[in-house]
Design a protein around this ligand. Structure first.
Ligand SMILES: O=C(O)CCC(=O)C(=O)O
Ligand SMILES: [Mn+2]
Length: 142
């Protein structure tokens, strides 16, 4: 896991404040594409590396205060195809999407209020996948 962004886009997760690493040229290039595609601006990106089918992400909502009320998150998948599963908080209804190399998933509106999502482990043979989630951190005036 790695966190890149504007110097003031710090983010608390797992109870710890994380200072972003400075943007690289490549990440700025992808950010530009995601801003054009979504019509939203992003001041940071979280990178996750899944080495194989045993690497996973637990069920969560991206609902941290820093993201604001109805955050827009642009998620870019690179490498191996993996499944993302959404679960509705009340009905427990679920749906799954296959995220393939080059896919972009945009989460917006009230999705983080009503649904949680996870990247489950799989027993299938899986190679490396990298996911980039572009986010807009709301910078607090101190
Ligand atoms: O790897 C993915 O596609 C999901 C990552 C994710 O949900 C997150 O970083 O919050
Ligand atoms: Mn997420």
């Amino acid at each position: 896991m790695a966190w890149y962004g504007d110097p003031d886009a710090s983010y608390a997760y797992s109870g710890v404040d994380h200072e972003p690493l400075p943007w690289t040229e490549e990440l700025l290039h992808v950010r530009n594409d995601m801003q054009n595609l979504s019509g939203h601006v992003f001041n940071s990106v979280m990178l996750n590396l899944y080495r194989n089918g045993r690497d996973s992400m637990g069920c969560h909502a991206d609902n941290e205060t820093e993201l604001g009320h109805n955050p827009v998150i642009a998620s870019v998948s690179l490498g191996e195809t993996r499944l993302i599963r959404f679960r509705h908080n009340k009905s427990r209804k679920k749906f799954e999407l296959e995220l393939k190399d080059g896919d972009v998933l945009i989460m917006g509106g009230e999705i983080q209020h009503h649904w949680r999502h996870e990247l489950p482990k799989t027993a299938k043979e899986k190679s490396v996948r990298i996911n980039l989630t572009f986010r807009q951190i709301i910078v607090r005036a101190i």
